[in-house]
Design a protein around this ligand. Structure first.
Ligand SMILES: [Zn+2]
Ligand SMILES: [Zn+2]
Length: 360
C-alpha cells in the first residue's frame, strides 16, 4: 500500500496546522499502545506522520517530493526525518517520544526529552551553492565544518587511557530507570533515561584529560559530499552520522546539507527541463536554417524550420537535467527570438525596401 501521511492522520492535503494537531491528538488518544485496545503500529504511523506534517519545512518538502520518491533514496527517508524531530528511535514509548503535544496536554515531557537526547550528538545543517552545470552532472564536494568529533585520546569513551569504565550502579548498566506516571488516561509504566550516567549505562572512574570526560572535542571536520545529478534548488541531503559526535561514544547526529542552485545566464530551469533563447534573423526565420548552439552536452545543430515565429519552442530531447534517482533526463527547449537588424548598409536597405514592396 502506498504510504501517505495525510491519510494516516485522516486529513486533507490542505489541512491547517491546527487541524493537524487536532487530528493527531484525537488519534494518539485512541491508539496509544499503553491503553486498552491501543495499537502500537498504528500509533507509530500517526506519530511519524505528525512529526513531518507539523513541521512547516518538512511538510513543504513532503508535499513537493511525496513519499515514494524518497523512500529508495540514498541515505534519506521520511521515517528518519520524522524521528529527527521526535525521539531517539527507542522501542518503548514514553512521553518524550511524543514530542511537544503530549507535553502540552499533560504538563510534562519537556525535560525528560532533553535528557534522553543528551547523549546522541546534535544534527547540523549547512547550505552550499552550486552552479547549474554542477546540478546537471552531479558533483563531489569537500566540506570543512567546525564540529564536535570523537576525542582521539580516549577513543570517545571519556575515560582517561588506562583507567576503568564500570557499570553504572544507578541503572545497573541498562541506561534506563523505570518510572510510573499518573495521567488522565490511567497509570503509565515507562522507562526514563538514567540521569546518573546520561543513559550510557557506564560510569567513568577517571575522566579523560583531553576532553574532560565528554568523549569529544571541537575540531574542523572534513566531509566529502556527493551531490546527485538532477538535484534542485532547496533540496536537502542527509549525511547520516556526520553531525556532532555524541558524548562518551554515543552515536553522532546527522548532517543536513541544503543545496542552492545558482541561476544561470543562458539557461532557465523548470523541473528537469531547461529553456534557452536563440536569436535568429528575419531571413533565417522566414526560410529556415541550421544553427549551431552550445548546450551542456557540447555544440549541437538546431534545425530551425521555415516560417518560425518569435516565442516558438524547438525541443531537443534528453538535453535537460537528469531525473533525480530515476533514469532519463528532461528536455532542452530552444525559444526562438526573431531579431530586427539594428543597422543596415545600403545594399541591405535596398533589399528590405524590395521586400517591403512585396508586402513582407
Ligand atoms: Zn577524551
Ligand atoms: Zn545509569
Amino acid at each position: 500500500m502506498k504510504k501517505d501521511y495525510y491519510s494516516d492522520l485522516g486529513i486533507a492535503n490542505n489541512a491547517s496546522q491546527d487541524d493537524i494537531k487536532k487530528a493527531f491528538r484525537k488519534l494518539a488518544h485512541q491508539h496509544h499502545p499503553d491503553k486498552q485496545g491501543g495499537d502500537e503500529k498504528r500509533f507509530k504511523e500517526i506519530n511519524e506522520a505528525y512529526q513531518v506534517l507539523s513541521d512547516p519545512q518538512k511538510r513543504q518538502q513532503y508535499d513537493q517530493y511525496g513519499h515514494a520518491n524518497h523512500q529508495a533514496g540514498a541515505g534519506f527517508s521520511w521515517e528518519d526525518m520524522a524521528r529527527q524531530g521526535g525521539n531517539g528511535g527507542g522501542v518503548q514509548f514514553d512521553f518524550g517520544d511524543l514530542g511537544d503535544v503530549f507535553g502540552d496536554m499533560f504538563g510534562f515531557g519537556g525535560s525528560k526529552k532533553g535528557a534522553r537526547r543528551d547523549t546522541r550528538g546534535s544534527d547540523l545543517q549547512i547550505d552550499i551553492d552550486i552552479e547549474l552545470k554542477e546540478a546537471i552532472t552531479g558533483l563531489k564536494k569537500e566540506l570543512r565544518i567546525p564540529k564536535s568529533v570523537k576525542c582521539d585520546a580516549c577513543a570517545g569513551s571519556g575515560a582517561e587511557p588506562g583507567s576503568k569504565v564500570i557499570t553504572c550502579p544507578t541503572c545497573a548498566g541498562s541506561g534506563q530507570v523505570a518510572t510510573t506516571q499518573r495521567t488522565i488516561l490511567g497509570v503509565f509504566q515507562s522507562a526514563a533515561p538514567c540521569s546518573a550516567c546520561k543513559a550510557t549505562g557506564k560510569k567513568i572512574e577517571k575522566k579523560c584529560k583531553a576532553c574532560s570526560g565528554d568523549g569529544r572535542v571541537r575540531k574542523e571536520g572534513k566531509i566529502s559530499v556527493s551531490v546527485p545529478a538532477g538535484i534542485d534548488d532547496g533540496q536537502t541531503l542527509r549525511l547520516s552520522g556526520e553531525g556532532e559526535a555524541g558524548s562518551q561514544g554515543a552515536p553522532a547526529g546527522d548532517l543536513y546539507v541544503r543545496i542552492h542552485v545558482r541561476s544561470d545566464k543562458r539557461f532557465a530551469r523548470k523541473g528537469d527541463d531547461l529553456y534557452s533563447d536563440l536569436e535568429v534573423s528575419y531571413s533565417q526565420a522566414a526560410l529556415g536554417d541550421k544553427i549551431k548552439f552550445l548546450t551542456h552536452d557540447g555544440m549541437m545543430e538546431v534545425k530551425v524550420p521555415a516560417a518560425i515565429q518569435t516565442g516558438q519552442l524547438i525541443r531537443l530531447s534528453n538535453l535537460g537535467l537528469p531525473h533525480l534517482q530515476k533514469k532519463g533526463r528532461g528536455d532542452l527547449y530552444i525559444r526562438i527570438v526573431v531579431a530586427t537588424p539594428k543597422s543596415l548598409n545600403r545594399k541591405q536597405k535596398e533589399l528590405f525596401e524590395q521586400l517591403k514592396r512585396e508586402g513582407l
